[in-house]
Design a protein around this ligand. Structure first.
Ligand SMILES: *[C@@H]1O[C@H](CO)[C@@H](O)[C@H](O)[C@H]1NC(C)=O
Ligand SMILES: *[C@@H]1O[C@H](CO)[C@@H](O)[C@H](O)[C@H]1NC(C)=O
Length: 170
């Protein structure tokens, strides 16, 4: 138990000069609405102080802070989604951390909803037309021999299909 708690400390003491990424943080969040700003900050430790380098999805709205530890994106769009890699290095080695950024686009969601509604509407209209056509049966032959008892008759459509129709008594 005691050894386990000491484990990470011993590791740090054994490798005091190698840079280690201590923190890779996205503010305000790694899921960004389109048009919003966000920062990805990298904090590393090492001796001598490590230099920061980034590999990020290329876009003109990406800027790096003076010490290269933070990447700022202004007005996020779909080009800004992807993996942001922070690489830290000094004479004794290097280390990296990475985080994936999602950019959500409400316009796409709205477009998808409208497309979905249009499909439903078209499908509904086609269904209604099919229903009206298949139940109209105006030009068929009518077999009304059982009509008096049941108030129902059979309608033979041109295509030979049999449709039920409702009769009103005269
Ligand atoms: C990003 O960092 C800059 C500079 O530190 C700060 O002014 C800005 O408010 C930060 N933006 C966000 C979204 O955290
Ligand atoms: C920041 O990064 C750029 C390009 O990667 C490099 O030329 C510059 O020296 C770096 N600055 C610092 C302070 O590490």
């Amino acid at each position: 138990m005691r050894l386990r708690q000491l484990g990470p400390l011993l590791l740090l003491l054994a490798l005091p000069d190698r840079p280690i990424v201590l923190l890779l943080a996205v503010s305000p969040s790694d899921t960004v609405p389109r048009g919003a700003n966000f920062n990805v900050s990298c904090r590393a430790e090492g001796s001598p102080a490590p230099a920061y380098r980034w590999t990020v999805p290329p876009a003109p709205n990406v800027h790096t802070s003076a010490d290269n530890s933070t990447v700022s994106v202004a007005g996020a769009d779909r080009h800004n989604r992807g993996v942001y890699v922070c690489r830290v290095s000094n004479a004794h080695g290097q280390h990296l951390g990475q985080v994936r950024i999602q950019v959500t686009d409400h316009r796409l969601i709205i477009a998808a909803l409208i497309a979905g509604a249009a499909v439903l509407l078209l499908g509904g209209t086609a269904g209604l037309i099919y229903y009206l056509k298949s139940t109209a049966c105006k030009k068929g032959e009518y077999n009304v021999q059982d009509a008096e008892s049941s108030a129902k008759a059979t309608c033979l459509g041109r295509d030979g299909a049999v449709y039920g129709i409702q009769l009103t008594q005269t």
